[in-house]
Ligand binder design. Structure first.
Ligand code: AGP
Length: 613
């Protein structure tokens, strides 16, 4: 959730931190802050201004200590304590000599805080984080160095953290530690860095390292020393930067916002995810999958775990895996799986789906699966992500950096990657012959141009958005493969327009929610080509006065069915259709949110990467 960055040995430390915070802002933007070593003391600035805290912080940076080469920065997604300046990081100890930034949640903060207060520590915030800086203050009073102090301070801490600390008394080092929450270190020529995400450090260094759970990293100018929490030295895990992830890829490139840019990058994201998958033996090959074919042949059940839009992609995959590979497939909300004693074993393939590869709910569900002995595969968009490192196998979506909080290009790339996985399973299990696999793969290869065509119809979507202006209540309906698309359409609308939107299986409407349908309610129905029954469900809503918008393939007869039609190019195999039918729903959410004047890239209360449970 929160974004953290630390730098040492750089004459432009503040500039590096500000630029890093801009690149990390997608992780949370309730407040932002920075601390620099300023001679023998610390210089600190913080700002809390809704979605523009980083701008505000930069604007407030007066009397900057010019000689400073070491500092830390933070952009916050509030969990404990409101989004105020007092709760903004960095937090400092009682002496003001120590500063600390944190991402995660300290679960036993309340039980740690009482005794600290009794021992005379004065707290300045309502955060769970602040206990850490006071614990560290006590350890340093014993005369140990910053790294040893942090190791000791963390010994009694429960929860998830990546934390970076800075001391005016030890000016050439920043020390960081991690448990369950992403953290990278990087080393340049006389410089050292840590950050939540590689995007903050691109162009700054040439060697990058993943800090693993329960490790502590001491970063100096050009140096990195990593130990366990017990103080044992360890070799840091080197990470290779995905060549598609350069500074330019993370810019708006002339678009008004990242969301439009990413919506328009969807044909590329789909095409790239399919690149190099057709092997010389005229079969599907997924190089990074790593799980041997014989293990996949032994699988008798698939469980897909994910959250949000990734979960919806997983729901689409259920249809493909069951149809093609004939394997029973369950799709689980990651935060639910872990706490209900699931039946998983060596023959259950557990597939995590995550754009970031860091979502804590999904990470913990995958860990639970590994503890049960189940083989795990992660569909990830980030090459060096924790899940990609921990899972037995990986399947990368090659969508490039997705910055907007609302997932678009990664969602369609995930569907395509999961389709590939379903086909590989079918190929290896022999449930589809080579010709059938080749035919479906050809269908996948046609998707980029169909998505492009759907994007070319954005003006039609704008006209419908204009007609719907003023409506506050939406139902998104679908059946079969159209159902996850409806859920995704509703999620997109909710998160960026703040309008009430419910995704529902169309056949279920009459079992209760139809009571809510009345004039003024909008029903957006995804007309799956296979589902004639949808027409009756749409008529039931129409008869109660709903304004109906239908998403229909070219050539589909929709005469008299709805008030508005959003046409999409026809996809030959309906199982592949979600990649195309979701496009007008993304565009509709976008158009409605823009009409309401919302910041589509940074919706209120949300963050891009959710690293708390
Ligand atoms: C999608 O628009 C959301 N912002 C959100 O639901 C997201 O898909 C979810 O948090 C999962 O993230 P992940 O793919 O990085 O794991």
């Amino acid at each position: 959730m929160c974004g953290i960055i630390g730098v040492t040995g750089d004459g432009n430390a503040l500039g590096v931190i500000f630029e890093g915070l801009r690149r990390l802002e997608y992780r949370g933007y309730d407040s932002a802050g920075v601390a620099l070593v300023d001679g023998a003391s610390l210089w600190r600035r913080r700002a809390a201004d809704g979605t523009h805290s980083v701008d505000d912080l930069i604007g407030s940076a007066d009397e900057v200590p010019e000689a400073s080469r070491t500092g830390i920065g933070h952009t916050r997604w509030a969990t404990h304590g409101g989004p105020t300046t007092e709760n903004a990081h960095p937090h400092v100890d009682c002496s003001g000599q120590l500063a600390l930034v944190h991402n995660g949640i300290i679960e036993n903060h309340a039980e740690l805080r009482g005794p600290l207060e009794e021992r005379g520590h004065v707290f300045a915030s309502q955060t769970d984080t602040e206990v850490l800086v006071h614990l560290l203050e006590e350890e340093l009073a014993g005369g140990v160095g910053l790294a040893e102090g942090l190791r000791r301070a963390l010994a009694g801490v429960r929860g998830a953290f990546s934390v970076v600390v800075l001391s005016a008394d030890q000016p050439d080092v920043i020390v960081a530690a991690r448990r369950s929450v992403p953290l990278l270190a990087a080393v340049g020529d006389g410089t050292g860095f840590v950050a939540s995400d590689i995007s903050a450090l691109l162009g700054r260094a040439d060697r990058f390292f993943a800090i693993e759970d329960d490790q502590v990293a001491a970063v100096g100018p050009g140096t990195l020393e990593v130990t366990t929490l017990a103080g044992e030295p360890v070799e840091p895990t080197s990470v290779v930067v995905d060549p598609g992830w350069d500074v330019e890829a993370a810019q708006k490139a002339g678009y008004d916002d990242f969301m439009t840019k990413e919506i328009h990058e969807q044909p590329r994201a789909v095409a790239d995810t399919l690149l190099d998958r057709w092997g010389p033996g005229k079969d599907l090959v997924i190089d990074e999958l790593r799980v041997p074919p014989e293990d996949l042949r032994a699988v008798d059940k698939v469980v897909v775990v994910a959250c949000g839009s990734s979960y919806h992609a997983g729901m689409v995959a259920k249809y493909a895996i069951e149809r093609w590979a004939r394997l029973p497939t369950e799709v689980e909300i990651a935060s639910e799986l872990r706490y209900r004693d699931p039946v998983l074993h060596e023959r259950t393939l557990v597939v995590g789906v995550s754009q970031s590869g860091e979502t804590l709910d999904t990470l913990e569900a995958l860990r639970e699966a590994r503890r049960s002995g189940a083989p795990t595969v992660i569909v990830s968009n980030v090459v060096h992500a924790t899940m990609a490192r921990e899972a037995d196998g990986v399947l990368y979506t090659r969508a490039g950096p997705e910055v907007s909080v609302a997932s678009t290009k990664c969602h369609v790339a995930q569907i395509v990657a999961l389709d590939l996985l379903a086909l590989v399973l079918a190929q290896w299990r022999g449930t589809m012959g080579p010709a059938a696999v080749a035919a479906e793969f050809d269908g996948l290869r046609r998707l980029p141009s169909l998505v492009d065509e759907a994007l070319g119809r954005a003006k039609d979507v704008d006209a419908v958005a204009e007609a719907l202006a003023g409506a506050r209540d939406y139902f998104f309906l679908g059946r079969n493969i159209g159902y996850p698309v409806a859920l995704e359409g509703a999620l997109k609308l909710k998160e960026i327009s703040y309008l009430r939107a419910e995704g529902y299986p169309a056949g279920e409407l009459k079992h209760g929610p139809l009571a809510l349908v009345e004039p003024g309610v909008v029903v957006v129905a995804v007309l799956d080509p296979l589902q004639d029954k949808m027409r009756s469900n749409i008529a039931e809503a129409s008869a109660r006065g709903a304004t109906v918008v239908v998403v229909a393939a070219d050539g589909e007869d929709v005469t008299g069915l709805s008030d508005h039609v959003l046409r999409v190019p026809r996809v030959d195999d309906p199982i592949l259709a979600p990649v195309v039918t979701v496009v007008p729903l993304q565009l509709l959410a976008y158009a409605l949110a823009r009409r309401l004047g919302n910041d589509v890239d940074r919706p209120r209360n949300l963050a891009k990467t959710v690293t708390v449970e």
